[in-house]
Write a protein that binds this ligand. Structure first.
Ligand code: NAP
Length: 349
């Protein structure tokens, strides 16, 4: 089988490095180019990148020469881990040039004709691609996005509760890792031994993006969910892994054992299609009272599972729980690779 030629945009960044790692030996995709800013272009990848992952820099990438983000590069699929300040124009130009762009950036997530996909929840939203191509004059190219990383720490569980008994409203307080701010990101002087109760624009993303993902495809648009969300965010001195403390108000009654059973048995399209990066268990429910924890649980199912624990009664709303996601794997590059695998399996590449 001829593999699909792939470009990684923003290949030197925190998310870009995860793409380089996750695409090493991928059965369907082959990295044809690594692209970043003018500062990195022209250098071998090993010299351009400040490699921060705990596995060695993959041999295939080390001596590749980093290019500018030029849409004339030879490829069909572009994974984007670009800084949001430049992602809009560059991703659009790649889609215009015929690339399928699978993006992590915020720029297009909420645009009406752009699918915002968590494939276990709303794979059907890929139908927006056709409308998008017509509206934007794209011939073969298009843009698909994944959500903000901290949203993924709780959204699959909310989706399961929504299907079980309906969810009326929720509050969420996040504790977000420093790798979520890219590299070099938050200054160590600011975050060591400290908690910073502010991340620019993050609460707004958490309060809006889930409504689109949980929304219903109606014709060529998404009817957003009416769920009400109140979010508070914090940056904490943890390397990887976003933790979320959630309280939910349900529409109908549900017993905790039924909730746990529904979470544990949850499967979606990626599992049905046996996509290469699909976790067998997209949600792992922990029984121990002090789990999940970032250091112990972020790499379950190769970083692609969301951990849920501490499911208990809430004296104000109905129930409370803790969610955890690996912010650069399931929360970013892994989510994008899974979206691209879904596109491939659905013959959209
Ligand atoms: P990062 O570490 O700062 O990396 C940014 C990347 O963008 C680098 O490769 C950088 O290349 C490139 N870039 C910057 N300016 C550019 C320009 N003018 N032209 C071309 N390339 C340029 O950021 P990150 O954390 O990987 O985040 C990347 C994107 O993913 C952001 O939109 C972010 O919001 C989103 N995201 C991040 C996470 C996470 O956990 N970190 C999770 C979900 C989503 P140089 O090295 O050459 O400057």
């Amino acid at each position: 089988m001829n593999k699909i030629r792939v470009v990684i945009l923003g290949a030197t960044g925190t998310v870009g490095q995860r793409f380089v790692q996750l695409l090493d030996g991928h059965p369907w995709f082959e990295v044809a180019a690594l692209a970043a800013s003018d500062k990195s272009a022209g250098k071998q990848y090993r010299d351009a990148v400040s490699w921060k992952l705990d596995s060695p820099l993959p041999a295939y990438a080390a001596s590749m020469v980093v290019t500018q983000c030029n849409p004339e590069l030879d490829g069909r699929l572009a994974f984007s881990g670009l800084d949001a300040s430049v992602a809009g124009d560059i991703e659009h130009s790649f889609a215009k040039a015929g690339y399928a762009v699978v993006s992590n950036s915020k720029n297009f997530r909420l645009e009406e004709d752009i699918p915002l996909v968590y494939p276990e929840i709303n794979a059907d939203h890929l139908a927006l691609i056709e409308t998008q191509k017509i509206q934007r004059g794209f011939k073969d190219g298009f843009i698909v996005t994944n959500s903000n990383c901290s949203v993924m720490a709780f959204l699959p569980a909310i989706h399961v509760l929504e299907k079980l008994v309906g969810v009326e409203s929720m509050t969420v307080t996040t504790m977000q890792a420093i790798s979520g701010a890219g590299y070099p990101g938050v200054a160590s002087m600011d975050v060591l031994g400290n908690v910073i109760p502010f991340i620019k624009d993050e609460e707004q993303k958490i309060q809006t993006e889930p409504l689109k993902i949980l929304g219903r495809l109606q014709g060529n648009r998404i009817e957003p969910s009416h769920l009400r969300i109140s979010a508070s965010v914090n940056r904490v001195p943890v390397q990887d892994g976003h933790l979320a403390s959630v309280s939910v108000k349900l529409k109908n009654k549900a017993a905790i054992p039924d909730i746990i059973a529904a979470l544990r048995s949850f499967q979606g399209v990626p599992q049905q299609l046996s996509l290469p990066l699909a976790p067998q268990r997209p949600i792992i429910v922990h029984d121990l009272p002090d789990r999940p924890q970032p250091r112990m649980d972020i790499l379950l199912e190769k970083g692609m599972a969301v951990s849920i624990g501490r499911i208990r009664k809430c004296d104000v709303l109905d129930y409370k729980f803790t969610g955890l996601v690996h912010n650069t794997i399931r929360g970013a590059a892994g989510a994008a690779v899974l979206n691209a695998e879904l596109l491939f399996a659905k013959d959209l590449l």
